[in-house]
Design a protein around this ligand. Structure first.
Ligand code: 5GP
Length: 253
């Protein structure tokens, strides 16, 4: 859908103003390139440079929430998309859980309990929750909002609880929220296929297999809450990344 932009411009220091209307779709833009849009509009309509607040209104970014059962390949797919689109960003969470051996700072900002409490008190989180083993996890506002204001595409892996919290947030509420978001569910071919795949990598007992199968089957129902589903087939990650990319690019300018 093309979005119309009306600019009132004062020229040459006199008081005569002219209104310029242009369709944002008119500009063929790589996703997230608000700065390019700003320059194109300015030069096409011979306008003075546009203020940042204005171009962030017309080139709002997109928050992409990636959801799906564990082991389905969300992290690998996210990394593949970030390699293909270096201008997209990944929103990290803050967590109090200990860093795992060899784990980098790419997905999490590791903080102490005291630091987490201080961040919560100063309003640094869009949402936070105690997830398991008493560890706290929080969505960092600064990892998302400035990038969206700059027209960027921001990727974020969340669980269904995180999806619900973000959707209830006034900034992302539909309708009326200031920012757009799109929730994409990554599904395996079937729960059995995913559990067999996990079992191949890390064998488990029959009891654990049945438990995992029940949990994946339940998680599959969350697809209905998302805006789109991408099936990740065994051995076809690149194809899944292509479809995911199309789902995202279809909603960015
Ligand atoms: P892990 O520590 O294994 O990476 O993640 C454990 C769980 O924490 C996952 O279910 C993940 O979705 C959840 N999680 C990660 N970051 C956040 C966050 O910012 N907020 C919430 N509510 N959950 C999160």
């Amino acid at each position: 859908m093309a979005r119309m932009l009306a600019l009132r411009v004062r020229q040459g220091g006199n008081n005569s103003a002219r209104t310029v209307c242009c369709s944002v779709r008119h500009f063929s833009l790589p996703a997230g390139s608000a700065a390019v849009c700003k320059e194109q509009i300015s030069s096409l309509y011979q306008l003075p440079p546009l203020p940042s607040t204005l171009y962030s209104l017309l080139m709002d970014g997109l928050l992409v929430l990636i959801i799906g059962p564990s082991g389905v390949g969300k992290t690998v797919l996210t990394r593949m998309l970030l390699e293909r689109h270096p201008q997209w960003t990944l929103a990290r969470s803050a967590t109090t859980r200990p860093r795992r051996p060899g784990e980098s700072d790419v997905f999490y900002r590791f903080v102490t309990r005291e630091e987490f409490t201080a961040l919560a008190e100063e309003g640094a989180f869009l949402e936070w929750a105690t997830v398991h083993n008493g560890a706290r996890y929080g969505t960092l506002r600064d990892e998302i909002i400035p990038a969206l204001d700059d027209g960027k595409t921001v990727l974020r892996e969340v669980d269904v609880q995180g999806l619900a919290s973000i959707r209830h947030h006034p900034l992302f509420r539909r309708p009326g929220g200031r920012h757009r978001h799109r929730a994409i569910f990554i599904a395996p071919e079937s729960p059995e296929q995913l559990v067999a795949h996990i079992h191949k990598r890390a064998p488990m007992t029959e009891e654990e297999l049945q438990r995992r199968l029940a949990s994946v089957t339940k998680e599959m129902t969350f697809a209905a809450q998302c805006d789109a589903t991408v099936v990740s087939r065994e051995g076809e990650l690149a194809a899944a990344a292509d479809i995911l990319e199309k789902e995202i690019r279809g909603t960015t300018l």
